[in-house]
Design a protein around this ligand. Sequence first.
Ligand code: NDP
Ligand code: 8X3
Length: 258
Amino acid sequence: MQSVRDLIVLITGASSGIGEACAYEFAGAGARLVLTARRSQRLSSLKAQLHQQFGTEVELLAFDVRDRPSITAALESLPAEWQAIDILINNAGLSRGLEKLHEGDIQDWEEMIDTNMKGLLYMTRAIVPGMVERGWGHVINIGSLAGHETYPKGNVYCATKAAVRAISEGLKQDLLGTPVRVSSVDPGLVETEFSQVRFHGDEARAKTVYADTVPLTAQDVAEVVLFCAGRPAHVNISEVFMMPTAQSGATLVHRDRT
Ligand code: NDP
Ligand code: 8X3
């Protein structure tokens, strides 16, 4: 494995779930971390934990990925020695609602499109030019099974993740001839706060998504993200499509109710 020790890794959506698990994985491997999300309290506690457990150097940036001027200001506020981001993990994202398209809540659509597509694009546009200039870098996008397969009532969320897949492919094409790598890690069911957010805080409904089955953990995904980052410079893991053993498609989940 190529070491990520002392590399600067920026993770969006580090306040929870897969992003937080990535923070632990990369901290354990000796990386320096720029952790971002909106909930700054959570980021502060995570920073303290990582410092205590691994002695990790951490910078925190609280911003909304939908807000392009805030992204610019936050990145500019990084100390000079933190400006050269080596690895960008575009993880911030969400689903809102599970409705038939013709009955869907348009505000939910706006939030998903603005976060999952536009937010990821803004981060990429802000950080990748520096990687190209320095001749070194890696973008790792968190896509989804939902980008490979549309499921009933998943319409707009699935569309945003299909867009992430297209963006990863397009970025890889446009960076051909540079040493900058692009990977997409596309999981199926992962038990995080994802379903609570999807159902606007309805915890009981969120629990039913993972009931009687064994979903992936955020750590399972984070380990794969670290694996992608740890390949030698001439190896690019383009796409990892991963699911729980108990899942074989968006609507095919084995639930043990015996
Ligand atoms: P969580 O809800 O646990 O985490 C989502 C993270 O995204 C939080 O840290 C949240 O931080 C951040 N985020 C959301 N909106 C914004 C925003 N506007 N600006 C900045 N940060 C934002 O869910 P997951 O960990 O499961 O989700 C992470 C990624 O994984 C998402 O892209 C999701 O689509 C994808 N995914 C999830 C799967 C699953 O089954 N859980 C499966 C496949 C992919 P804060 O609220 O503090 O801003
Ligand atoms: C999250 C996975 O299948 O719940 O992206 O949409 S799924």
